[in-house]
Design a protein around this ligand. Structure first.
Ligand code: GDP
Length: 285
């Protein structure tokens, strides 16, 4: 991730988002389905204020389907409209468009009664870097994307993308800053490959990842490295076993922790382990 967040930057982003919010009817908050809470900025709710909002969980192709089901229930219970998508394959996009219409229906019906016909629904995508905002904009716009050109009252740099006859999307997404100050959130962002390696300790991130995988996905950890471990094996011992299996040893024959950590972090980012989620709703209670 290239963006370094500092207070001035956040203030500017907040201002930009609140300016854009004036133009729109509904916010599409994009998060990563593998870490729906850690990949969002909780300040978004304050920023969005009274606007309607749909949570869109992206990269479902990488997330654990069983954990997705728990998140579905979580959003249902909270009365929060949500959609699961895979922006690369375009899965869930039709559902998203239907959901936008459904959420906006009461407003549209009210406006119709007031005689405001042919009103268009204006949407804004918000999310932290790397959750797939640009990919979603391209996918939802489709091939026939006809930019509608400048509309009076809209900043020149903003263009509207026509999603359907009655839905317009602002072509510039709102970029929120992730919550770096929370160590666990930072780790999860590192595991999904959203944080530049220079800003976290790779060996610590890899060791904590082993700690997570042995609890949540022990069979995947076993199958991937063909190693045996039980509740008495420490995380570091598991790392040693992985290093020995992969022959990641330094000259004197001792474990090369730097290379082992790099390999593990690389494999988790490349999703070699299969579909994995890194947080589930119960954790958030
Ligand atoms: P942005 O920073 O929020 O605009 O994110 P991008 O649209 O640039 O996407 C970040 C990365 O995630 C890119 O490498 C995309 O190809 C990838 N990506 C986006 N959507 C998906 C998805 O649904 N599944 C997978 N596997 N990757 C995705």
């Amino acid at each position: 991730m290239d963006i370094q967040w500092y207070p001035g930057h956040m203030a500017k982003t907040k201002r930009l988002i609140s300016e854009n919010l004036k133009l729109i009817d509904i916010v599409i908050e994009l998060v990563d389905a593998r870490i729906p809470v850690s990949s969002r900025n909780p300040e978004v709710d304050g920023l969005v204020g009274g606007k309607k909002k749909i949570v869109v969980l992206n990269k479902t192709d990488l997330a654990d389907p069983e954990i997705n089901k728990l998140w579905e229930q979580h959003y249902k219970d909270a009365g929060q409209p949500y959609v699961f998508v895979d922006c690369i394959k375009g899965k869930g996009i039709k559902e998203l468009i239907a959901k936008i219409k459904q959420v906006m229906k009461p407003v549209m019906d009210r406006d119709k009664k007031k005689g405001r016909m042919n009103r268009q629904i204006k949407c804004l995508i918000l999310g932290i870097p790397n959750v797939g905002k640009s990919t979603l904009i391209n996918t939802i716009g489709g091939k026939s994307t006809a930019k509608t050109g400048n509309i009076p009252g809209v900043t020149k740099s903003n263009q509207w993308i026509k999603v359907s006859s009655d839905i317009l999307l602002l072509d510039t997404p709102g970029i929120l800053w992730p919550k770096f100050d929370d160590e666990v959130i930072g780790l999860k962002l590192a595991w999904i490959g959203s944080i530049k390696e220079t800003i976290y300790d790779r060996e610590e991130a890899a060791l904590k990842l082993i700690g997570y995988l042995r609890e949540a996905y022990p069979e995947k950890l076993h199958d991937r490295y063909k190693i045996e471990f039980d509740e008495n094996t420490t995380d570091l011992e598991i790392m040693d076993k992985i290093a020995l299996k992969r022959k990641l040893l330094a000259r004197g024959g001792e474990i090369d922790y730097a290379r082992t950590s790099e390999m593990i972090m690389d494999e988790i980012k490349k999703t070699t382990f299969g579909k994995i989620s890194f947080e589930w709703p119960m954790e958030q209670l």
